[in-house]
Every structure is written in C-alpha cells, then in structure tokens.
Design a protein around this ligand. Structure first.
Ligand code: ATP
Ligand code: PAF
Ligand code: BAL
Length: 285
C-alpha cells in the first residue's frame, strides 16, 4: 500500500491506476479505524479495482467546543489495518495541505433541507464542513465510486443529495452498521467511554430494537413511542440529544402513510456523543 500526504502525489498515483484501466473506489475517514471502516474498504474492493482511503480529521466540521483536539489519531495502526483490508493507496494530508488559504475564507458547499435538523441542529455548521471536505476529496481523488457507512445516516443522505444536485460523477454506495456483540455501533468515539459508560451504551441499540418491534407490531403513535424511548434512555443514564422517527429515503418527519422508516438517535454518555439508527420497513409486515 502506497501512502501519500500531498494532493500532487495522490493525483499522480490515481492517474497511474486509471491509465491501467482500473476503476477507482474511495473510502473517506477520520482514522482510528475499526471493523466498521474495514467493511467499507472491503466493499470498495469488491466494486472497484483500486481502493483509495483517506484519513483526515477535518477541522471544518467540528464546532468550537467539540473534540477536534482530543479526536484519536492512530496513523500507524490504521495503516496496518488498511493494508490488511486490501487498500491500495492511503491519502493522509495535513490541515495545511487541505486548507492552504485558511478555513475562514474557504468556499463552502451547503446542502439545504436534509442537513437541517437532527445532527444539523445540534452541530451548527457540521454538515457544511462535511459536504465541503467531501467535495474537495472527490475532486482530488476523482473516484468512480465512494463508500459511506449507514451509521452516519444523515451524513449519507447529505452526500447523496450533494452528488445529485451538483451532478458529481461518483456512485455513492452505503454499508450497514457494524456492531459490537452487545449491539453497540462501532465508533471511534466509543474509546472515550469509561468502563461504566461502556456498560450502559448498549441501551441505545436495545431501545431502537424495542421501538422497531413496537412499530412492526402495529404501534403508530410515534409521539408516545418516542417519549417511552426517551424515558428508557434517560433511566439507563443517557442524556438524549434527539430520538426521532423519520421517513428513511428523505429524512422528512414520518407521516402515517410512510412505510420506509428510520429511527434515529443521538445521546450523550458523560461527555461522549453517540449516534445510532435502525431501519424499519412496514411494507413487509
Ligand atoms: N460501525 C460502523 N459501521 C459502518 N460504517 C461505519 C461505522 N462507524 C463509522 N462508519 C463509517 O465510516 C466512515 C468514516 O467515519 P468516521 O471516521 O467518522 O468513523 P466513526 O467511528 O464513525 O467516528 P466518529 O466517532 O467520529 O463518528 C463513515 O462513512 C462512517 O459512516
Ligand atoms: C466523511 C468524513 C470522512 C468527512 O470528514 C467524516 O464526516 C466521517 O468520517 O464520517
Ligand atoms: N462520523 C462523522 C464525523 C463527525 O462526527 O464529525
């Protein structure tokens, strides 16, 4: 696996692969890789001939009081995992390489609608930072396809909308959430949890599963279901940021006629903000 830190070296390596007729697959990450990221890399390897991963902790998507400085940076271990997963090229730029003119004057990509509410409401500017850096990365890598995880469900919707609205020639592929044995969605931020918090954390997925069972059983009073879920999470020791039932394809609030639902949750355990979601297809029941 080749490792490059500059855009010039990245472009040269990708151009070489393309001149050999290879299809380029891309997996953007912020590093501290776990089995969830590796599933994305393997998916890219199934759909493309040349797999590029990026590791960049993007300051533009962090709020002033968020964990930019403490976000885990584990490049050496990440390189080994990427190599083992069949990645061909790692792009690991510094902030200067990505934002040579500073962040304040950076041109932004904003995706209206789907980036508002949910994480967009709790993290103002977050999705502008994500859509901007992903646009830059797409323009640097020029991939045929890119793979994103369903764990960041709203992010995936934002990227799909951006690619559609800006006619970007990139196929977006999604991968299901990879979970620990007790159901907790794998996340780099799980590493922030104390052992007591880690023991509480599976309550998130448990609550989503119970809500899904109720929906499949015919419960249609979404407000009551959400209130019950919130109470359950609070009782377990989590502070709920949001718990919502939305129409999965466009993330609009779910009405009674919606069949493809997604239950989305963000909650704090101490200072750590965890995300999870669960798809519910009422059409098959
Ligand atoms: N458990 C998971 N299953 C599937 N995909 C995942 C999982 N965790 C992260 N991803 C995906 O990996 C890509 C990179 O995400 P990122 O580097 O932010 O990892 P993360 O573990 O989610 O970190 P964070 O704690 O910052 O959310 C995204 O497309 C994200 O959806
Ligand atoms: C897509 C991404 C790599 C952009 O910084 C990030 O938001 C993430 O890791 O999901
Ligand atoms: N996985 C999304 C990146 C972030 O939380 O900033």
């Amino acid at each position: 696996m080749n490792i490059v830190k500059t855009i010039a070296d990245l472009r040269a390596a990708v151009a070489r692969a393309r001149s050999e007729g290879k299809r380029i697959g891309f997996v953007p990450t912020m590093g501290n890789l776990h089995a969830g990221h590796i599933a994305l890399v393997k998916k890219a390897g199934q759909r493309a001939d040349f797999v590029v991963a990026s590791i960049f902790v993007n300051p533009l998507q962090f709020g002033p009081n968020e964990d930019l400085d403490s976000y885990p940076r584990t490049l050496a271990a990440d390189q080994t995992k990427l190599f083992d997963a069949g990645c061909h090229l790692l792009f690991a730029p510094g902030v200067e390489e990505m934002y040579p003119h500073g962040q304040a004057q950076q041109t932004l990509v904003r995706v209206p609608g789907v980036s508002e509410g949910l994480c967009g409401a709790s993290r103002p500017g977050h999705f502008d930072g994500v859509s901007t850096v992903v646009t830059k990365l797409f323009n640097m890598v020029l991939p045929d396809l890119a793979v994103f995880g369903q764990k960041d469900f709203q992010q995936l919707a934002v990227i799909r909308t951006m690619v559609r609205d800006l006619n970007m020639p990139v196929q977006i592929i999604s991968e299901p959430i990879v979970r620990a044995e007790d159901g907790l969605a794998l996340s780099s931020r799980n590493g922030y949890l104390s052992s007591e918090e880690r023991a509480i954390a599976p309550a998130l997925y448990r609550t989503l599963c119970e809500m899904k069972t109720a929906l499949l059983g015919g419960q249609r009073d979404y407000a009551a279901l959400i209130a019950q879920g919130q109470a359950q999470l609070q009782a377990a020791g989590l502070r709920v940021d949001y718990l919502e039932i939305r129409h999965a394809p466009d993330l609009q609030p779910a009405d009674a006629a919606a069949h493809e639902l997604v239950i989305l949750v963000a909650a704090f355990l101490g200072k750590t903000r965890l995300l999870d979601n669960l798809l519910v297809d009422l059409a098959t029941h």
